[in-house]
Design a protein around this ligand. Structure first.
Ligand SMILES: O=C(O)[C@H](O)[C@@H](O)[C@H](O)[C@H](O)COP(=O)(O)O
Length: 266
């Protein structure tokens, strides 16, 4: 693994292959869980869809099955596709099938959207649920905004630089008031989604963006490197936790266009 620290784009961990990345990712999550349970008694983690779920697979085995205090985990989604929970496109189903069903998490601690509502209603209701949990401090509250402060928000990134369901040039990028909002025109199917807004993501204690594959090398460069003002602003570049820590988990293909790449591997 090679490490980099960037002035305002956080810390980067570049891995030789997906196995190494999965091992490191599980370690990182387990460490944050331990610290957060010790400090607050809870671990509020938000997942995304896509490949990140299978990259978390090591959490299902030793030593984590014994060492992690699963009873303190509260699960959320940074974005969900508005489809039935048993639909093949569902982010909830993906996480449930590949991860949550293999971990001893308390079922009432899993907070996914109500799939019988419209996207707008589901976003409002999800925001309300989070508000209740902030009130009781199961989800911490930010000191710098009036937003929830998730202990960890895990994001994937698309080749277009989207994170959660924040797509390039979408008006949702400007949302400042809501914690959770909705879109009905996602360029990546399915079209209807709910998503955490940038202020919520940037209020988290920790944000990890997990990016793998050569198809995302250019987006990684635009999201992380010190590119000039003439470059397009990707949603992933808007991730800048105000009082939290940003970590990039990359494989060497996704990192291959970063300025320092050859120097990381000298
Ligand atoms: O619902 C979704 O589609 C996801 O939440 C999305 O934001 C995903 O995390 C990225 O598109 C990366 O996905 P991959 O890692 O599978 O490329």
């Amino acid at each position: 693994m090679a490490l980099f620290e960037s002035k305002n784009r956080g810390e980067g961990r570049i891995h030789e292959n997906l196995d190494e990345l999965s091992t490191d990712l599980a370690d990182y999550i387990a460490e944050l869980s331990e610290a957060s349970v010790k400090e607050r008694g809870f671990f509020a983690i938000a997942l995304s869809g896509g490949s990140i779920i299978s990259l978390m697979r090591n959490l299902c085995g030793a030593p984590y099955n014994k060492t992690v205090d699963w009873s303190k985990w509260y699960i959320f989604w940074a974005d969900e596709r508005v489809v039935a929970k048993n639909h093949v496109d569902s982010n909830y189903k993906l996480a449930k099938d590949q991860l949550l069903s293999k971990l001893p998490i308390v079922p009432s601690h899993v907070h996914s959207i109500n799939d019988s509502l419209t996207a707008e209603e589901a976003a409002n209701e999800y925001g309300f649920v989070i508000r209740q949990l902030v009130r009781t401090r199961v989800v911490n509250v930010s000191e710098v905004s009036d937003c929830p402060k998730f202990d960890l928000i895990l994001l994937g990134m698309g080749p277009d630089g989207h994170v959660a369901s924040l797509f390039p040039n979408h008006s949702v990028l400007e949302e400042k008031n809501e914690w959770v909002t909705f879109i009905t025109t996602s360029p990546k199917p399915p079209p209807e989604r709910i998503t955490f807004t940038p202020p919520v993501i940037n209020s988290a204690a920790n944000v990890a963006v997990v990016v793998t594959g050569g198809g995302k090398a250019e987006a990684s460069r635009l999201a992380i490197d010190d590119v000039g003002p003439e470059c397009p602003i990707l949603p992933a570049r808007m991730i800048e936790p105000a009082a939290g820590k940003l970590v990039w988990f990359l494989d060497n293909q996704a990192a291959s266009k970063l300025k320092g790449f050859s120097q990381f591997y000298k």
